[in-house]
Design a protein around this ligand. Structure first.
Ligand code: GLU
Length: 473
């Protein structure tokens, strides 16, 4: 049997980290067993579903690299199929028309709550019975599934273990509304059956639906898939993760400068483990992933750990791969790389210093764009009259170099310090501020080597002019 899993989001908002983690687990499990992964858009709630949300989900999945073998399927395109099966169930007396108006149902629910009993649909309740008996041929009606009244539903959840619910706890749920639209609990069963889904991985918020859905599978004569319900993701304060905790949309993590693989590695560990391993390549995630190793308890989101992973991947991912993702951020920050060093060379010297691609892009600016001002603090400290002589001498030595390699540049700086009888810092720091405009950068010889001779010499001149101006002021 080929394993087939699916991710079935309702398009009512962006792809959030909880959904992305469910999608990842589902995707990994399919890959782990050489199976297939389906994307299905559950858009039956016509009022809350939007095209914008569909686009956002697809964009998020694509950015994360969670590709699908089939789909996206859309439930709104399958209404005929759902309705045909509902008709079969009616014919078999496994579903029936319910004429009871909402007001009566509400009234009964309130009565039940006041009496301290669990609110449920009870076809034999006198008020409901009376409403049904009073219906005429043209009264509106919904279709309810006739849930078994005896016995219980048992399933072995891959994460939570055996779950058993007595049928008397479940009521006859509506499978087609009075406006003719089929409901979630029915559509999901038909889809998972038609699409050959063998393993349903989804959020714990659906666990109460599962016994009801199993009864529908059985009524339809469909095989029941295996279920795995993932626990919630909480914010670091223990509350359910929400916008209040900062970024929750997957695309916002892109905007904030995370590599998709860093987010995937973070998400896979958020509720799943393999010993105490923290770093997983894609191949390792696929080969080691097991549904049964997913944790039963909720996990707390920890941005510091995500940053740590992101820093790790910025440093260890091949520079040409980082460059593909960095390109978008450079564009956002309006940094034009046409007139500067190869972006992969810049990544090689900056990666160590950047936890996000936003920082990396910002730190690379001086390679590509001239600046007209020096960072105030750095200039105040290092572009002082005493820096004039070291800057002039180092400029002279740099201008005379035959080779523009780091080593030769380093030698020119060291020689300047020696000639002046000063420490390296007395030359290096003013030089750093002169050529980068800021007080912090990677090794100055590597920076200068990438920046090129013309820009370096011109910026030293600019720093000298700045010092002269300050002297006069
Ligand atoms: N459409 C449901 C949701 O977005 C998921 C249903 C399922 O996975 O079975 O919560």
């Amino acid at each position: 049997m080929t394993v087939k899993t699916r991710f079935a989001p309702s398009p009512t908002g962006f792809l959030h980290v909880g959904g992305a983690r469910t999608a990842l687990y589902s995707w990994l499990y399919a890959k782990h067993l050489n199976g297939e992964f389906v994307l299905r858009i559950e858009d039956t709630d016509l009022e809350r579903s939007t095209q914008e949300a569909i686009d956002a989900i697809i964009e998020g999945m694509t950015w994360l690299g969670l590709d699908w073998d089939e789909g996206p399927y859309y439930q709104t395109k399958r209404f005929d199929r759902y309705n045909a099966l509902i008709d079969v169930l009616i014919e078999q007396n496994k579903a029936y028309k319910c004429y009871c108006p909402k007001e009566v149902l509400d009234e009964v629910r309130e009565e039940q709550m006041a009496a301290g009993v669990k609110p449920r649909y009870d076809a034999n309740h006198p008020k409901i019975k009376a409403a049904n008996d009073a219906a005429t041929a043209d009264s509106p009606f919904a279709i309810r599934f006739r849930n078994p009244t005896e016995g219980s539903v048992v399933f072995d959840d891959q994460i939570r273990g055996r779950i058993e619910i007595a049928n008397k706890e479940l009521d006859d749920l509506i499978i087609r509304r009075s406006d003719g639209s089929p409901t979630y609990n029915f559509c999901v069963v038909v889809d998972d059956w038609d699409m050959g889904i063998t393993h349903v991985v989804r959020g714990e918020d659906h666990i109460n639906n599962t016994p009801r859905q199993i009864n529908i599978y059985e009524a339809l004569g469909a095989p029941v898939p295996t279920f795995a319900h993932c626990a919630m993701i909480l914010g670091d304060d223990g509350a359910k993760l929400s916008k209040r905790h900062g970024a929750v949309s997957v695309m916002q993590y892109r905007d904030e400068g995370y590599l998709p693989h860093a987010l995937l590695n973070y998400l896979v560990r958020l509720g799943w483990s393999h010993g105490d391993q923290e770093i997983f390549s894609m191949e390792e995630m696929i080969s080691l992933f097991e549904l049964t190793a997913i944790s039963k308890s909720a996990s707390a989101f920890n941005t510091d750990k995500l940053r740590w992973l992101n820093h790790h991947y910025i440093k260890t991912t091949p520079a040409d791969e980082v460059a593909k993702h960095l390109a978008w951020h450079l564009e956002q920050q309006q940094i034009d790389v046409a007139n500067g060093p190869a972006i992969t060379d810049v990544i090689a010297i900056l990666a160590e210093r950047a936890e996000t691609l936003v920082e990396l892009a910002a730190q690379s600016r001086y390679f590509y764009h001239d600046f007209s001002e020096f960072e105030a603090g750095a200039a105040k400290k290092h572009l002082r009259p005493v820096a004039k002589e070291p800057l002039m001498l180092v400029k002279e030595k740099l201008a005379a170099l035959d080779s523009w390699e780091s080593e030769a540049i380093h030698h020119a700086i060291a020689q300047t310090a020696e000639d002046l009888g000063q420490g390296m810092g007395k030359v290096g720091m003013p030089l750093r501020v002169a050529v980068t405009g800021v007080g912090q950068s990677p090794s100055i010889d590597a920076v200068i080597s990438l920046l090129g001779r013309d820009k370096t010499l011109a910026r030293i001149d600019m720093a000298l002019a700045f010092i002269a101006e300050r002297e006069q002021a």
